[in-house]
Design a protein around this ligand. Structure first.
Ligand SMILES: Cc1cc2nc3c(=O)[nH]c(=O)nc-3n(C[C@H](O)[C@H](O)[C@H](O)COP(=O)(O)OP(=O)(O)OC[C@H]3O[C@@H](n4cnc5c(N)ncnc54)[C@H](O)[C@@H]3O)c2cc1C
Length: 390
């Protein structure tokens, strides 16, 4: 016998769980809903961690996400085991909770860089709110911060640091920042924007190790032996889906490392357990294959879709994935897609020189993704075009 019973159990205290809880209530569901999250805080949005919250321009309260009325939120509590057959979850408090339906929304963890020196003082990863607070404390008064990675987090933090008047160096193996996501043309534009604001860019470099004097980080050393003196380091080299619970509970994992789900976000083999957000690998009708997306709006939309299906719907998740990234108040990049199998040509609207441009990514002549800086109408047109499929 379980210690208690709930109608819907939401595992994970992030965006996907919060939006699922809210949608359940918005749809008029009056049954019991329990949201279990292992963090100190109730659900909050992560995008401000590298932007407004880090800059001190927004507060923690502003980051909190609504969860709907009468939703029980347990913080500092992990779900340690979930038996989908018996529909019982075991919490870190040892309590056993039986459930009618459940949502797995355990998100992702930062990808750790397997090099020496990452345990030195002053080395940071960014995933939770308090990471931003401790980074902010560590960069006060330093000469230079090194950012490892050429993707969104590293570029956003470089822009935030420049806003604070702190010098930084971005180090990554590609030719340009953001080129993996958006190609060489956008990459070259992002590079010149960052450089024009004083960010130093070391491209084509692999970081070999971090060195310190005593316990504090003092320099970054590249495989080429190039070194950069710095007093803080931020590592932004991606994330990995958090499937620890899903794996130990016997859920099937897919090629992207996420929990395999149908188009309706039901986990394979356990249709009463749904998944959403960064750890959900769903059969995308739009992409024609299984995909996993790590974007805020997608996690929120999947949470809502899962809620409607928990309540008996049979709705495939067909929303066109949308993502945005802010480089300080200099530029907001927005995209729809993504081009999961790559692209073979790019069509540019507007001009990079003016700072207002759109890139349409095509594969065999067909639109697969689109990004824009300052031309929202182009993005909406691309979103509509992508939504028409299949
Ligand atoms: C610094 C940063 C900036 C970002 N900026 C942007 C942006 O500008 N635009 C954008 O689109 N996206 C951005 N993202 C990505 C976006 O935040 C994520 O896609 C989104 O948070 C995913 O939501 P989620 O609910 O799947 O997972 P999460 O928000 O990661 O929530 C999962 C939660 O589950 C908890 N958990 C894990 N296992 C258990 C367990 N067994 N029991 C209980 N709880 C558990 C975790 O601790 C975590 O709190 C950013 C991410 C970061 C880290």
């Amino acid at each position: 016998m379980a210690d208690r019973s709930v109608d819907v159990l939401l595992v994970g205290g992030g965006t996907a769980s919060a939006s699922c809880a809210q949608e359940l209530r918005a749809a008029g569901f009056s049954g019991s809903v329990l949201l279990v999250g292992r963090e100190l805080d109730p659900p909050y949005q992560r995008p401000p961690i590298s932007k407004a919250y880090f800059l001190g321009e927004s507060t923690k309260d502003e980051a909190f996400l609504p969860v709907g009325d009468d939703v029980e939120v347990m913080t500092r509590t992990s779900v340690m085991k979930l038996d989908p057959e018996a529909r019982v979850a075991t919490l870190s408090s040892k309590e056993e909770v039986s459930f009618g339906k459940a949502l797995l929304a355990t998100g992702a963890n930062v990808r750790r860089l397997p090099i020496d020196g990452t345990d030195l003082e002053g080395v940071h990863y960014l995933r939770v709110l308090r990471n931003a607070t401790s980074l902010r404390e560590d960069v006060a008064g330093v000469d230079r911060v090194c950012l490892v990675g050429g993707s969104f987090i590293a570029c956003e933090v470089a822009a935030s640091l420049a806003t604070l008047g702190i010098a930084s160096t971005l180090v990554f193996p590609e030719e340009h920042p953001l080129s993996i996501q958006f190609g060489a043309q956008v990459g070259a534009w992002a590079r010149s924007l960052l450089e024009s604001k004083g960010v130093e860019i070391l491209s084509g470099e692999q970081v070999a190790r971090l060195e310190g004097d005593g316990e504090d980080v003092q320099r970054l050393v590249c495989a080429s032996r190039r070194t950069v003196e710095c007093q803080a380091v931020v590592i932004g080299v991606g994330s990995v889906p958090d499937v620890m619970l899903a794996r130990s509970s016997g859920f099937e994992l897919g090629a992207t490392g996420g929990v395999r789900c149908s188009a309706t976000l039901q986990t394979v083999g356990s249709p009463d357990v749904f998944a959403a957000g960064d750890m959900c690998e769903y059969e995308s009708l739009q992409h024609g294959r299984a995909v996993r997306i790590e974007h805020h709006e997608v996690a929120a939309a999947q949470g809502r879709c899962a809620a409607r299906n928990i309540l008996g719907g049979d709705e495939p998740f067909t929303e066109v994935p949308y993502f945005w990234s802010d480089l300080a108040d200099w530029a907001t990049l927005e995209s729809v897609g993504p081009a999961v199998d790559g692209w073979d040509s790019e069509e540019v609207l507007g001009s990079f020189a003016s700072g207002a441009f759109t890139v349409r990514y095509l594969r065999e002549g067909r639109l697969v993704a689109c990004m824009t800086c300052g031309r929202g109408d182009d993005l909406e047109a691309a979103r509509a075009e992508l939504a028409e499929r299949p």
